[in-house]
Design a protein around this ligand. Structure first.
Ligand SMILES: *Cc1c(COP(=O)(O)O)cnc(C)c1O
Length: 406
């Protein structure tokens, strides 16, 4: 007989998922209520309002897509892009490539501009590409965890408007730990996830859809609640997904509550508690907390004598990429991660693509953007590195972090 579920205690200090806030776990264990029960519909309305705070928006269409963050990304792109549309993707890491791949599957004519990993785009570079490509849609990542970079967005929204393009932003990794002002910055659609700075598990994708995007989606052929009426047969370019059809999902969350999917109720409870935690703390206070503990971790790894990857001035507050010392050799980086996990129960992240084998990624996000989590990780890292033969200064990591906190 398989035993009861008993996961080992871990401190998840990678680039996500992170250790879930106990309040979120508790919310998830609450009993289900039927999805058209008045309590449930009122709760859904509450969640919409909470996420307006999280996204800093007045957008009526602020809701949850059920699925991991990628479900939110796909819902946005499949609902906005019509086959043949020109889409511009400025790529500065792995998740930019994901936007390219999804946009291609939607039948878009995709154009990219790229900067080397570890850098971000100047607004002028994005504008020049807009002029050259004349895209209908620009798809952009705010914080790309693969490189830890945070793309400044303040000016991009206005640039897209001036060139008559819709702007979609993936803010999964950055939201809650770095400033994101949907309305003030003119972002048309923004999607997120719970498992980074929001302190929850993956499995729900908050999304906000501005009026220009709502109009674009509404202009596409769509059938209410999936039921075809006479004459619908000739429908033109329908959204190529049922589950991720934002027109239907908006009808489902809207006042008419048209049936679509069965609400992932336990995830809705989780998403609600994540937003409540953030609103209770205050958006600015949460961002300041991520900035503080992220800076303590940054100075801590530097205090151990390690080098940080990328343009630190444009780093997300909540994750740092640390160069694996050459002395560790080809498989040394993985051996260090393994020792941290087995000896200390601490998980840090590996990396992908051009950074594979070159850096570790250490997160300080959500529930783990905490002083004790930072100190414990730095102390453990020092021991593991010393055991692996890397010359590290005794107490250098914890000492440097302490200075940040003083
Ligand atoms: C972590 C991350 C995701 C995660 O997507 P999932 O579907 O939840 O795995 C998406 N986008 C970015 C930019 C991320 O950093």
């Amino acid at each position: 007989m398989t035993g009861p579920l008993n996961p080992p205690p871990r401190l998840l200090m990678g680039p996500g998922p992170i250790t879930v806030d106990p309040r979120v776990l508790q919310a998830m264990s609450a009993q289900l209520v039927g999805q058209f029960d008045p309590w449930m519909t009122a709760t859904m309305t509450e969640v919409m309002d909470l996420y307006r705070h999280v996204f800093a928006t007045a957008n009526e269409q602020t809701l949850l897509v059920d699925g991991t963050s990628r479900a939110g990304i796909e819902a946005a792109l499949v609902s906005l892009i019509e086959p043949g549309d020109r889409v511009l993707v400025p790529v500065f890491g792995r998740f930019g490539h994901l936007l390219v791949e999804i946009a291609e599957r939607c039948g878009a004519e995709v154009h990219t501009i790229e900067v080397p990993w570890g850098e971000v785009f100047a607004p002028e570079a994005v504008e020049a590409a807009l002029v050259a490509v004349r895209p209908r849609i620009v798809a952009l990542v705010q914080g790309d965890t693969s490189t830890t970079m945070c793309q400044p967005l303040e000016e991009i929204g206005a640039i897209c408007r001036a060139h008559d393009a819709l702007l979609y932003v993936d803010a999964t990794a950055s939201i809650g730990g770095n400033p994101l002002l949907t309305d003030a910055w003119g972002l048309d659609v923004v999607t997120a996830g719970l498992q980074k700075c929001l302190g929850g598990p993956s499995g729900s994708a908050p999304i906000t859809i501005g009026p220009r995007a709502v109009a674009a989606i509404g202009a596409r052929k769509h059938v209410e609640a999936g039921i075809r009426a006479e004459g619908d047969q000739d429908a033109g370019v329908r959204i190529a997904s049922n589950y991720l059809d934002l027109a239907q999902i908006m009808d489902y969350w809207g006042p008419r509550r048209l049936n679509h999917h069965t609400e992932a109720t336990s995830m809705l409870y989780a998403a609600r508690e994540c937003a409540r935690l953030l609103v209770e703390e205050g958006l600015e206070a949460a961002i300041a907390r991520h900035e503080l503990h992220g800076r303590a971790m940054l100075h801590g790894v530097q205090g151990l004598g390690l080098e940080v990857f990328g343009d630190v001035a444009h780093k997300m507050s909540n994750v740092v990429a640390v160069r694996i010392p050459d002395t560790l050799g080809a498989s040394g980086g993985d051996a260090v991660r393994e020792a941290l996990l087995t000896d200390f129960g601490i998980e840090i992240g590996t990396s992908f693509g051009p950074l594979h084998g070159m850096v570790w990624r250490i997160g300080t996000m959500g529930y783990n953007a905490r002083r004790d989590a930072v100190m414990t990780t730095l102390a453990a890292l020092e021991q593991v590195l010393r055991a692996a033969g890397v010359p590290v200064s005794a107490g250098g990591g914890v000492g440097a972090a302490t200075e940040v906190y003083q």
